[in-house]
Design a protein around this ligand. Structure first.
Ligand SMILES: Cc1ncc(COP(=O)(O)O)c(C=O)c1O
Length: 491
C-alpha cells in the first residue's frame, strides 16, 4: 500500500505549497479533497502549470482549478477493472475511494506492468528432464549421476583437459582454491578491487590479507600495470603474495597474456574468478582456463543457473579430486567416519546439478541473447553523455550485464538518480560493484591503482547496470530505452 495521505490537499492550499508537496511525493499526482475528505479531483503538474499560464500567481489557491471529473475506482474494483478504467480514460493513475468517496489507495500504470529484472533465471526446457530422473531414481540426496554428468559436461564445454568439482556456490569454489594453494594466516593475496565482495571474502576466511588491485580502461578487469607494482612492493616488504584472484568483470575477460606472464615471472598462482564470464572467450579460449584454478557461479542471476551453485575447475586432476574431498567434510576413504583435517559442506546436490545439465545445453544460446541485448541498447540508446562498457577486439564477452557510464562533465544525472527513476517504472537497474578498497570492511588493506588515480573509482561513480535478462524482449528493451531518453531529455 502506498502512503496516500501525503498526496491529499484541499482547495485552500496555495499553488506554491501544492507544487512543493508534489515535488516531495515523487508520485507526480495530488488528490484534491473537500472538507469531508472526499475526492474532488486529481491534480497533476500540468494542471498547476496551466493555472500559472492563465495568469494566476503562486499564492493563489487551488480553488481556481476548473471543475474536472477525475476517474476513480471503488474499493470493490478488481485489478482488471482498474486496469480497464486506466485504458478507457487514457490515464496513468487511478485513485481508489471508499463508500464516503475518500481516497484510500492509488494505482499507477507501472503497478500493472511486469517488473523488468536485471538478470533473472531463464530455463531452457530440458532441466526438468534431468531433475525428474533424479526423483524417479530417488537420487535426491547429495551427489549422484547428475553431479557426475554436470562436472563432465562442464569440463567438455570449457576444454577437454579440464576437471571440474560441482559445488554449492562460486564463493565456496574460491575458498577451496585458496585452501588448495595453502593460503593461510597473514599470507598476502592480490585481488581485483572492482568486484563483488564474494571474490575477496574467502581470503578473510583463511585469515589471509587481501591486497587490492585496480582495473584497466580496456577491459575494466585487473590492470597488469597495477598488478606488477603490487607484486614488486609486496616482495620488497618480504611478503611475496601467495595467490592472485582476478575477476573477468561482467563477462569481459581480463588481459590474460599479460597477467599469466606476471604469474609465471614471479611464480604466483592465479585463481580466475569467472563467476560472471562463463561462455566468454579470451582469444578463442574460455575464461577460467588460464590460471591454476577457474571459478564459476550458477547463482540465480548468472548467465546459467542451478538456482544456487558453483564450480571449481583446473587442469590438475589431483587438485580437483582433493577439492571434492574437502567439500564433503574431508571424510577419509574408510567405512567409518575418519577425519584428519578440516573440511566443508560445499558439494552441489544431485537435484541442482540436474538443473545445471539442462542449462549447459542452452549456454551458447544465452551468450548470443545477452550479446544481442547489449547491441540493441548500444544501437538504440544513443545519448551524448552515455558510453558503454568496452569489449576488447581479441575477446568474445558473454555480456552478462549491459553496463553504461554517464559522463559527469555533460550532465548532473548520477547513477543513483537514473536507478531510482527506472525503479519507479518497475525497471530494475543497479549500481556497478562498489570497489573493495572503498568498502569499510577493507579500509585497512593496501590498494594499487592503474595510473596516478584509481580507475575503478571513476567506474563506480558513473556506471549503471541495465536490465539484461536473456529472456527480455525488444518491447521491454525499447521501453527501458524510451524511459532513459525521456529522463535525460527532461534534465
Ligand atoms: C565476481 C563474482 N565472484 C563471486 C561470486 C560468488 O558466486 P556465488 O554467489 O555463487 O557464491 C559472484 C556472484 O555472486 C560474482 O559476481
Amino acid at each position: 500500500m502506498k502512503d496516500i495521505k501525503k498526496l491529499l490537499v484541499t482547495s485552500t492550499c496555495t499553488i506554491k505549497t501544492a507544487m512543493k508537496v508534489l515535488e516531495s511525493t515523487s508520485m507526480s499526482i495530488l488528490l484534491l479533497v473537500d472538507d469531508n475528505g472526499a475526492l474532488v479531483r486529481t491534480i497533476t503538474d500540468g494542471d498547476m502549470r496551466r493555472l500559472l499560464l492563465f495568469g494566476f500567481g503562486l499564492e493563489d489557491t487551488l480553488s481556481k482549478l476548473p471543475k474536472h471529473n477525475s476517474i476513480s475506482a471503488s474499493v470493490h474494483s478488481s485489478q482488471d477493472e482498474i486496469l480497464s478504467l486506466m485504458r478507457e480514460g487514457q490515464v496513468g493513475q487511478i485513485p481508489v475511494v471508499n463508500e464516503l468517496q475518500q481516497p484510500v489507495e492509488i494505482f499507477f500504470d507501472e503497478d500493472f506492468r511486469l517488473k523488468i529484472f536485471l538478470s533473472n533465471p531463464h530455463m531452457g526446457g530440458l532441466e526438468m528432464g534431468y531433475v525428474g530422473q533424479a526423483f524417479d531414481s530417488n537420487w535426491v540426496a547429495p551427489l549422484g549421476p547428475n553431479v557426475d554428468g554436470f562436472e563432465q559436461e562442464l569440463s567438455n564445454y570449457i576444454g577437454d583437459s579440464y576437471y571440474a568439482a560441482a559445488l554449492n556456490s562460486g564463493t565456496s569454489a574460491i575458498h577451496l582454491a585458496l585452501r588448495l594453494l595453502d593460503v593461510a594466516h597473514n599470507d598476502f593475496v592480490l585481488c581485483s578491487s572492482f568486484t563483488f565482495v564474494a571474490s575477496a571474502n574467502p581470503i578473510l576466511y583463511q585469515k589471509a590479507i587481501p591486497v587490492f588491485v585496480d582495473s584497466e580502461p580496456e577491459t575494466w578487469s585487473m590492470s597488469p600495470v597495477a598488478l606488477e607494482r603490487a607484486i614488486k612492493t609486496c616482495i620488497k616488504q618480504n611478503k611475496k603474495p601467495k595467490a592472485i584472484i582476478l575477476v573477468h568483470l561482467y563477462g569481459q575477460s581480463a588481459n590474460m597474456e599479460k597477467i599469466m606472464a606476471l604469474s609465471e615471472l614471479y611464480n604466483i598462482p592465479v585463481i580466475e574468478d569467472a563467476a560472471e564470464s562463463l561462455g566468454s572467450l579470451y582469444k578463442d579460449r574460455h575464461t577460467g582456463t588460464f590460471g591454476k584454478f577457474g571459478v564459476f557461479s550458477f547463482n540465480g542471476n548468472k548467465i546459467i543457473t542451478t538456482s544456487g551453485g558453483g564450480a571449481l575447475v583446473s587442469r590438475d586432476k589431483v587438485l580437483i579430486e582433493r577439492a571434492r574431498y574437502l567439500s564433503t567434510q574431508a571424510k577419509e576413504n574408510f567405512s567409518h567416519y575418519e577425519h584428519t583435517e578440516v573440511g566443508y559442506n560445499y558439494r552441489m546436490s544431485n537435484i541442482l546439478a540436474g538443473i545445471g545439465r539442462g542449462q549447459l545445453k542452452v549456454l551458447d544460446k544465452r551468450v548470443g541473447e545477452k550479446r544481442s541485448i547489449f547491441n540493441y541498447y548500444k544501437d538504440n540508446l544513443v545519448i551524448d553523455c552515455i558510453d558503454w562498457m568496452p569489449e576488447h577486439k581479441r575477446d568474445h564477452s558473454n555480456r552478462w550485464l549491459s553496463v553504461l557510464t554517464i559522463n559527469p562533465n555533460m550532465t548532473d544525472i548520477t547513477p543513483s538518480d537514473l536507478i531510482k527513476k527506472l525503479s519507479k517504472k518497475n525497471i530494475e537497474a543497479r549500481h556497478v560493484w562498489k570497489p573493495m578498497h572503498l568498502q569499510p570492511l577493507f579500509a585497512e588493506n593496501d590498494y594499487y591503482t592503474h595510473g596516478d588515480i584509481s580507475f575503478c573509482d571513476s567506474l563506480y561513480n558513473t556506471g549503471v547496470c541495465l536490465p539484461s535478462a536473456s529472456d527480455m524482449n525488444t518491447d521491454q528493451q525499447a521501453f527501458v530505452i524510451e524511459e532513459i531518453i525521456k529522463y535525460f531529455k527532461k534534465n
